[in-house]
Each structure stands twice: as structure tokens, then as C-alpha cells.
Design a protein around this ligand. Structure first.
Ligand SMILES: [Zn+2]
Length: 60
């Protein structure tokens, strides 16, 4: 019986912008983490958001 070698990743890391599966992690229970994937569009969204907040703050 070789069933004991079966590996299951219960944790997933999703992109907060496009919900793409970034990676899986070994956890003892089901878990979902959010990050930003490698797509330029998603990374730019994060940069733009930070820049917008800064611009608004500087105006006041
Ligand atoms: Zn993404």
C-alpha cells in the first residue's frame, strides 16, 4: 500500500486582486491567505493605490 505518501496542501494563497492561485502551503487545517500575484497589472494596482493615498495626504 503506497497511500501513506500522498501529500495534501490544505492552505492556499490567493491574489487579492484577481483571485489567482499564487501558491499552496502545508497546513494542518484549511486556510486561505491573500497576497499579490506576479502579474504586472496586480502589482501596479497596489502601487497606484499607495500613490493615490499619498497624493491625497499631501494635498491637505
Ligand atoms: Zn493577481
Amino acid at each position: 500500500m503506497n497511500h501513506s505518501v500522498k501529500k495534501v496542501n490544505m492552505g492556499v494563497i490567493l491574489c487579492r486582486h484577481c483571485n489567482a492561485l499564487i501558491d499552496t502551503v502545508d497546513t494542518n487545517r484549511i486556510a486561505t491567505f491573500y497576497g499579490v500575484c506576479n502579474q504586472p497589472e496586480c502589482r501596479q494596482q497596489r502601487s497606484v493605490t499607495n500613490a493615490s493615498i499619498r497624493d491625497v495626504t499631501e494635498e491637505e
